[in-house]
Design a protein around this ligand. Structure first.
Ligand code: DGJ
Length: 724
């Protein structure tokens, strides 16, 4: 609900558990009044209070100008008769409420999301005190999840260009106190690791400077007062950015320990020139409030993504298919013959989507050549891809293909023909990473060319799925678009994905960037799933997935079971552990099926069949992290379906000290007076208890037959509970 007391110009959002309030003071400044738990609060709009004083810098859209010395949302430079003016003072002009507003970089593919009921967006229009430069602060409200998407719309109505030097999408007022930050950071093969730290006086920055989302930090955060929130209790402010380019989250704790979170474009190497008449909309800064701790914050984000972010074309299946990907099995050595063999074995164990990874094009037999030459490698696939795709379809599976559209190897026909099509500064060195350079998406002809390649592939072959990879960070970002290329690159990628989805509505897209370096709400608006990490070692994955689950829903988390001895860490893991970890998201298989015995293949088939029975709960249920890795060295998650008649308990003991006592996992959301049976993948009934017992006494983390002192590292179980 949005309350507006127009006479006093007070605006207040009410959600299930939270409020957000702003007002316009007597000078016309838009001020932040507060944001927090509702707890019996009635709308300020009814209190009769009139705001007359300016609360220091707590402006809704703090701009460089006025008295600003702290961080600002906007920094603009106006041309003037004498020196340029770098002073922006925004004052209230008008407001309205609409139901069709869209942030910048919103998807244009036209496909629906799960819940399409209209949401209200409050728009407050501000203008500089002198120049015809307008800023509209937009707030789209999803009250059932206490989530706001906010963005800015800029409009230059002067007759001179306006240069924007800094532009966040907004600033979230958190409040006074000692806060701690929960963030996700990492690197290749060790993405989305959970980190908690106290926010000291000053500014803490999380950011990307790589042109993609980055694996170093993810554009996500949770903050809470130190010791006042935990896994399932307390007030938590959280947020994420719907943007896959250079982003920044700045946590500014002022001298009075008032914490604000700025989110949006990274000011690093940023410039936006708005010509006379020019407009620009920033990407959405999504934020919300949980009264149920970190896990409650995650549940709000998960539901929001499932219902309001992910595309659900009418052609797409309600659940994500079980995938097979050949990368770890055959690497660059893909041939028609070995893929056919893998496809037959994959279909026999229950796989539903077969993905041919890198190596199928140009002269691509290693990473040093052919990116850009998207023509089938005839020496490996003499029949083009047709024979393989027909066979895959004939086996009842979908067909997926790996592409890396933003890249080119210098050893490629594309680069030889167009050496200027890459990011570079003329006459300066071009630094390669993984032997590749980044195409300049500031050039429309480059984006058009890539469109023609992808369009040709899809019109020539019945491809159901693209794995869209991106394997390097930007350097030497020289472009025909100057500094605007940081933004143009993202717009180019999103534009291509949107166009593909619009023309081929049955196509699914996986976002991959050397593992999980392009995971954010912006790419989720146009993809079905993301590749979580190249690290498929089950115990490493456990931690990576736990962090991932803080910010993103299980449905988008692609998880593979791979070889017994892991490719990255070279250590072994039992099949049970590999499956029990991988079934916490969308299951995939990456093992060398040609090297497995019939008995092993039968075990794979059994686990896959079991996964299909729990899949609706995992992919679309509500996820509780009942025991967290961080606290217990073990992780217990529960997925529960609507109404509570079915649930899944996923238990993984990462490490165990002799005689360590693990608390029972107290389940959530079940029906108290119903009797539940808990069965495992072998169909054994391990637990029989009422909902009340499962929720109040909990489930012992070890099954009765497994004595705790005997437990090995990596003990794991997945149990499917159904009400009888
Ligand atoms: C990086 C990805 O993360 C891998 O899964 C694989 O697709 C390789 N690229 C292929 O080059």
């Amino acid at each position: 609900m949005i309350h507006v007391a127009a006479d006093r110009r007070v605006f207040e959002f009410h959600g299930k558990n939270s409020f957000y309030t702003m007002c316009v003071d007597t000078e016309g400044r838009l001020l932040q009044i507060g944001h927090g738990g509702l707890a019996g609060r009635s709308p300020v709009c009814t209190s009769g209070y009139v705001y007359t004083e300016w609360l220091g810098n707590l402006m809704e859209v703090p701009a460089y100008g006025d008295l600003s010395q702290d961080e600002v949302v906007l920094k603009a430079e106006f041309s003037s008769v004498s020196d340029p003016v770098r002073d922006l003072r925004l004052r209230y002009v008008s407001h309205d409420t609409v139901t069709d507003a869209q942030p910048g970089f919103a998807p244009k593919h036209g496909q629906p999301v799960l819940i399409t009921t209209p949401r209200q967006t409050l728009r407050i229009r501000l203008r500089d005190i002198e120049f015809d430069f307008f800023v509209t602060a937009c707030y789209r409200w999803t009250p059932e999840h206490d989530i706001m998407e906010r963005w800015l719309e800029l409009e230059n109505k002067t007759d001179q260009p306006v240069r924007i030097e800094q532009c966040f999408s907004g600033v979230l007022p958190v409040g006074h106190g000692q806060f701690e930050l929960t963030a996700l950071d990492g690197f290749w093969a060790t993405e989305s690791h959970l980190r908690r730290e106290k926010l000291a006086f000053g500014t803490k920055i999380l950011e990307s400077r790589t042109i993609n989302t980055s694996a170093l930090h993810n554009p996500f955060f949770m903050v809470n007062r130190v010791s006042r929130a935990g896994y399932e209790h307390g007030d938590v402010w959280f947020g994420q950015l719907a943007y896959s380019g250079n982003w920044r989250l700045a946590f500014e704790a002022r001298h009075d320990l008032f914490l604000r979170v700025f989110g949006g474009y990274n000011p690093y190497d940023f410039e936006l020139i708005l010509p006379p008449g020019g407009t620009h909309s920033t990407p959405a800064f999504i934020h919300g409030f949980s009264t149920e701790g970190w896990s409650g914050a995650s549940r709000r984000l998960h539901a929001f993504q499932r219902e309001r972010v992910l595309p659900r074309s009418p052609e797409s299946a309600p659940q994500r298919p079980v995938l097979y990907n050949s990368w770890e099995a055959t690497s660059f050595g893909v041939t028609e013959q070995n893929q056919l063999e893998l496809a037959r074995k994959a279909a026999a164990i229950g796989v539903e989507l077969f993905v041919l990874d890198d190596g199928w094009f140009g002269n691509r037999t290693n990473e040093r050549s052919s990116l850009g030459d998207w023509f089938v490698r005839k020496s490996a696939f003499p029949n083009g891809l047709k024979l393989l795709i027909d066979e895959v379809h004939g086996l009842g599976m979908q067909f997926g293909l790996w592409v890396e559209p933003e890249m080119v190897n210098p050893d490629s026909d594309l680069y030889r023909a167009h050496p200027d099509w890459v990011l570079h500064f003329p006459g300066r060195p071009r630094t390669e990473q993984r032997s590749q350079l980044i195409l300049d998406f500031g050039r429309p002809e480059v984006v058009d060319y890539i469109w023609s390649i992808l369009d040709r592939l899809l019109s020539e072959y019945p491809i159901d799925y693209f794995k869209w990879d991106m394997n390097r960070a930007a350097s030497e970002p020289g472009s025909v678009e100057g500094k605007a290329v940081w933004m143009k690159h993202v717009a180019g990628v999103y534009g291509l994905m949107d166009r593909l989805r619009a023309k081929y509505p049955a196509l699914s897209i996986e976002s991959c960037s050397s593992g999980g370096a392009r995971v954010d709400a912006g790419v989720l608006y146009r993809t079905e799933e993301v590749w979580t990490s190249d690290n498929t070692d089950a115990l490493c994955r456990l931690a990576i997935q736990e962090g991932f689950n803080y910010a993103y829903c299980p449905r988008v988390m692609s998880c593979w079971v791979t070889h017994e001895k892991n490719d990255q860490t070279k250590r072994p893991a039992t099949l049970a552990l590999r499956f029990n970890v991988a079934t916490r998201g969308t299951l995939g298989i990456g093992s060398s099926l040609n090297h497995l015995s019939d008995a092993e293949l039968a075990d794979y088939a059994r686990y896959i069949a079991f996964y299909k029975t729990i899949r609706p709960l995992v992919q679309d249920g509500t996820c509780y992290r009942l025991l967290e890795l961080e606290e217990h060295n073990s992780s217990v998650w529960q997925f529960v379906g609507e109404g509570g008649r079915e649930a899944v308990l996923s238990i993984v003991i990462a490490d165990h000290r002799t005689a360590q006592v693990m608390p029972p996992a107290k389940m959530k959301g079940l029906i108290a007076d119903r009797l539940y049976k808990g069965t495992d993948d072998l169909g054994r009934v391990l637990y029989t208890a009422t909902g009340a017992e499962l929720m109040s006494c909990g489930v012992p983390v070890y099954a009765q037959q497994d004595h705790p002192c005997m437990l090995a590292i990596g003990y794991s179980r997945t149990i499917h509970f159904t009400a009888t």
